[in-house]
Design a protein. Sequence first.
Length: 178
Amino acid sequence: MAWKSTSDSYGGVGIALHWIVAVLFVGMMVAGFAASSATDDSAKVAILSLHAPIGFAILVLTVARIVWWTWADRKPAAPSTVARWQSRVATAVHVGLMGAVLGLALSGIALFALSGAGAIVFGGDPQTLPDFWTFAPRYGHAVLARLAILLVALHVAAALYHQFVLKDHLLARMGVGR
Ligand code: HEM
Ligand code: HEM
């Protein structure tokens, strides 16, 4: 498989970045809701000690992805089975997903910075965790998480529709089932 994309298929770098972020993203959603429903602080600290660095890694990978698509590679054209409006909706969902993921990472980092949770989670400071809801970025984090779930649901539904109804092998463009 070539590193760069062709006119009808994603290249190795684009495929790797897509699936690494997709897997981390699903784990982050599970960890995020587990953190916010955890009743004791030590469990929440343990979850956040993974949630925060993995979220930071997603930020780095997402910036790398934007750099890659802007300066190094071009996405394949929409498949011929796709109408113009569908391809516009797909692009809007992709941009929305990237924006939601960036916003989640940045609001999460802001939340740690403002609340002093970093010293408790990473510095072993034995204080009790702050109530994150007293900091504004917590609301942004909650809204963006729900927006991202909605967009991923649309995105996956579209992928499944292509795969099983249109049978145009769309997933193969993203490296699945070649
Ligand atoms: C977990 C199930 C997922 C499936 C089955 C899936 C499937 C796909 C497929 C088949 C494409 C290629 C569309 C084309 O042929 O042009 C694609 C592109 C894309 N997907 Fe996903 N995806 C998933 C998760 C995610 C997640 C969680 C994100 C959020 C970051 C995401 C963001 C994108 C973006 C931005 C593109 C455009 C190409 C790119 O920039 O890499 N996907 N997806
Ligand atoms: C990049 C992707 C990220 C995703 C997908 C994500 C997802 C989530 C979700 C789904 C929740 C629960 C939301 C709710 O209950 O309303 C959450 C909570 C939280 N996240 Fe993230 N997050 C990300 C990044 C980060 C980062 C980078 C940090 C910190 C550096 C962070 C810190 C937190 C904190 C402190 C909470 C609140 C826990 C609580 O209320 O007790 N997140 N996250």
